[in-house]
Structure formats: structure tokens, C-alpha cells
Design a protein around this ligand. Structure first.
Ligand code: TPP
Length: 274
């Protein structure tokens, strides 16, 4: 399967899971689908779905935990668990809640959802792996709005200070946060020069261009952590959600559902099959 088709399959799966549950963050998950496709299906992340605790694995941590639909969709497609169980998303007693929980779900390496923590946790794992002489890498996806948390900049400082060249931070730069644009709430322009000043090696790319993503994720500079600024569109793949902050956490009505299905190249029947 071509990597772009994988990304579409992830988007379809995100939407299917959301329809089985409630309170789903669809648009934040759609924005990072191409990043997940390349990470898990284009020979970037080293993992063994049948042995999730494999000692030599790379780590992926979703710092913007509210976008867990993208993580659940990807992990199920990679074979970490049976996708059928995703039908229980957000149901009482399900291990698939609205934010990912470590220990409950194979492949979930950290419990996230409180913004401003996952990235630092990931940096800690990268530091520990380095101290242990392991060559594994640690990848994390953070939100651009999440970067308004002060803790993020402590993490960036620490990653550069410890020369974590096994650490890759991907900023899902979709220009929106919960209910409005980043610019209106607290503009954080020019991530690139800020992170370079902090000591990162930086790539600034189109976050929906799979070839560019792969190149940005695989290049590294000795002694420097890597930042990939992925310019994305929030809600990418469902026309009426794209770049519309109101869709941060909202389900479509009946009419909108038809448009969403057409945009995702799915029938109402296929929607039910997980
Ligand atoms: C510490 C903390 N404060 C507030 C929230 C509520 N919240 C959930 S998502 C979100 C916006 C996140 O924006 P961004 O990081 O840009 O992610 P996006 O969904 O736009 O990709 C907020 C404020 C939270 N989860 N954690």
C-alpha cells in the first residue's frame, strides 16, 4: 500500500472510531494522520507490534493526547491490538478513553492529555536511552498551542543541553488551538528560529507531504535534538472541518456526515467496519 493510501486509511479509521464513541477530537487527529503514516508505515519507527516492550524499540509519545484517535487508529492498523475493540471508544469500562493511558493499551508509551507533559517525558526516555548506550530514537508529536505551556520550553532547553540527538520533536503546526487561532490567542511565530536558538536541528516542512516528512524524520545532526515543524491543516481530509476551529471537538450532524463520508471515500456501510 502506498504511504498516501495508508494516511487515508488512518483518516477513515479515525472517523470510524469517533462515530462509535463520544467527545471525540476528530480535527486534531486528522491534522497529524500523514505524520503517523510515515512514522509507523514507512520504515521510520522501529517497533514490534507482537512484542510492544521490545528492549531495542524506538518510542513514540503523543504529547497532544487529545488527538488519541490518530494513535489508536495507527496502532490497530500496525497490529498492536484487535481493531474491533475500538468500537468501545469512550464507553464505560473501555481501555480506549478520550486520552491515551499507558499500561492499558499495547504501544501507548505514556499517559497524556494534560498538555505540556508528554514531550518532556519523551525527552527523559531519550536521555535514559542515551545513558544506557542504546541507539533507539524517541519521537513525539506536540501541538502548536501546547507550545504555549512554559514547561515545553524547559523541555526544549534540556533536550539541547543533554545533546539528545536521539530525540525528535514534531510540532503539528496547524495554526489553531482549542477554539481559535494561535495567532489570536498567543502567537508563537517562527518556531524555526526559536528552536534553532535553543540548539535544535530544524526542518520546516509541509506536514501533509509524505516524502518531505520521511526525509525530515530520518535526517539527523550529531549532538543536536531534531525539531520538525510540520505545517498542517487542522481537520485535513474533511472539507468543512479544515481550518475551522469550531471542529476542535465536535461531531457532524446527519447532513455533514454525508459530506464527511464522501470526502473520506467511504460508504455508510464501510463506516461500521473496524
Ligand atoms: C494543561 C492543559 N490545559 C488545557 C487543556 C485543554 N485543551 C485540550 S486540547 C487544547 C488545545 C490544544 O491545541 P494544540 O496544542 O494546538 O492542538 P491541536 O488540537 O490544535 O492540534 C486545550 C487547551 C489540556 N488538555 N491540558
Amino acid at each position: 500500500m502506498k504511504i498516501e493510501e495508508r494516511a487515508l486509511a488512518i483518516r477513515q479509521c479515525i472517523f470510524k472510531i469517533a462515530c462509535y464513541g463520544s467527545g471525540a477530537h476528530i480535527a486534531p487527529a486528522l491534522s497529524m494522520a500523514d505524520l503517523m503514516a510515515v512514522l509507523y508505515f514507512d520504515e521510520v519507527l522501529r517497533y514490534d507490534a507482537k512484542n510492544p516492550a521490545w528492549d531495542d524499540r524506538d518510542f513514540f509519545i503523543l504529547s497532544k493526547g487529545h488527538a488519541c484517535l490518530a494513535l489508536y487508529a495507527t496502532l490497530s492498523m500496525a497490529g498492536f491490538f484487535d481493531s474491533n475493540e475500538l468500537k468501545t471508544f469512550t464507553h464505560s469500562g473501555s481501555r480506549f478513553g478520550g486520552h491515551p493511558k499507558m499500561g492499558d493499551i499495547p504501544g501507548v508509551e505514556a499517559s497524556t492529555g494534560a498538555l505540556g507533559h508528554g514531550m518532556l517525558f519523551a525527552a527523559g526516555i531519550a536521555l535514559a536511552n542515551k545513558m544506557d548506550g542504546k541507539d533507539s530514537r524517541v519521537y513525539t508529536i506536540v501541538g502548536d498551542g501546547e507550545c504555549e505551556e512554559g514547561s515545553m520550553w524547559e523541555g526544549f532547553m534540556a533536550a539541547a543541553y543533554h545533546k539528545l540527538d536521539n530525540f525528535v520533536v514534531i510540532i503539528d503546526y496547524n495554526k489553531y488551538q482549542a477554539m481559535d487561532s494561535l495567532e489570536k490567542i498567543m502567537g508563537l511565530n517562527d518556531f524555526s528560529s526559536k528552536l534553532k536558538a535553543f540548539g535544535f536541528s530544524v526542518a520546516d516542512i509541509d506536514g501533509h507531504d509524505c516524502a518531505a516528512i520521511k526525509q525530515a524524520l530520518t535526517e539527523r545532526e550529531l549532538g543536536k535534538p531534531r525539531a520538525v515543524i510540520a505545517n498542517t491543516i487542522k481537520g485535513r481530509g474533511i472539507s468543512f472541518m479544515e481550518g475551522k476551529p469550531i471542529w476542535h471537538c465536535r461531531m457532524p450532524n446527519e447532513e455533514e456526515m454525508e459530506i464527511a463520508l464522501a470526502d473520506l471515500h467511504m460508504t455508510a456501510e464501510e463506516l461500521k467496519i473496524l
